[in-house]
Design a protein around this ligand. Structure first.
Ligand code: SAM
Length: 211
């Protein structure tokens, strides 16, 4: 029996261990682009639009965290941004990303663990569609702040705070602001991110600047 769209989403959202997360995306990688386009995916394009609006065009280098197949980075390369360094938990997603030739480097790394980059290495960080249940945990935000230079932007999405799924991410965002480590520049209104996949799922894209 053919797998339905919602079964695909349920499967990736319910992955708990890093091994389950890696396996979920390794198994999905071949049909990922076609499937999410079929879901009417909005995140890569809304993300690219927000990124272009708030990050100067000459910003280098850029961390692309949870880079997947590069769907969200292709429009930014076309817009003139350069020097993306992609990381992802899934080797298969990284292989597909490599085929698009939009990255200066691609490495397997796990968001939520300490990243193998020096402090203040990146001028901006971009993480779209990679945080949430079955994906990167909130703690990856600490590492984004560590590896991004002062004055650099961190552009990322989470589930909308209308959903309890967003609470741990919201709590850490707020506490990083309270600790004076970053400040919020912009947030989109909640929007339906996969209208033909699951119209109940809403995301928000945030822009923070590191202090
Ligand atoms: C929904 S896809 C989004 C891909 C890409 N950012 C885009 O917008 O097209 C989520 C990606 O996050 C990756 N991912 C999930 N959990 C991760 C983790 N803990 N560490 C690194 N990558 C992770 C998956 O392998 C997958 O490639």
């Amino acid at each position: 029996m053919a797998i339905t769209k919602n079964e695909i989403l349920e499967k990736v959202y319910k992955a708990r261990s890093d091994e389950e997360k890696r396996a979920a995306y390794d198994n999905w990688a071949n049909s990922y682009d076609a499937d999410v386009k079929g879901f009417g995916i909005q995140l890569p394009y809304v993300g690219a639009s927000i990124f272009s609006q708030f990050v100067p065009l000459d910003t280098v280098p850029i961390l692309d965290a949870g880079c997947g197949t590069a769907m969200h980075t292709i429009p930014l390369r076309l817009a003139g941004f350069n020097e993306f360094h992609g990381i992802d938990i899934s080797d298969r997603m990284l292989e597909i990303a490599a085929n698009h030739e939009v990255y200066n480097s691609l490495q397997r790394m796990v968001l939520g663990e300490e990243l193998e980059f020096e402090t203040n290495f990146f001028a901006a960080t971009y993480c779209i569609g990679a945080m949430g249940p079955g994906h990167a945990p909130p703690e990856c935000l600490n590492e984004f702040v560590r590896v991004t230079q002062s004055g650099g932007q961190i552009v990322f999405s989470t589930h909308s705070t209308e959903s309890e799924l967003a609470i741990p991410y919201h709590d850490l965002r707020t506490s990083l602001s309270g600790d004076g480590l970053w400040r919020k520049i912009y947030e989109t209104p909640p929007f339906v991110s996969m209208p033909k996949g699951d119209a109940k799922i809403k995301h928000v894209i945030y822009v923070y600047e590191v202090n």
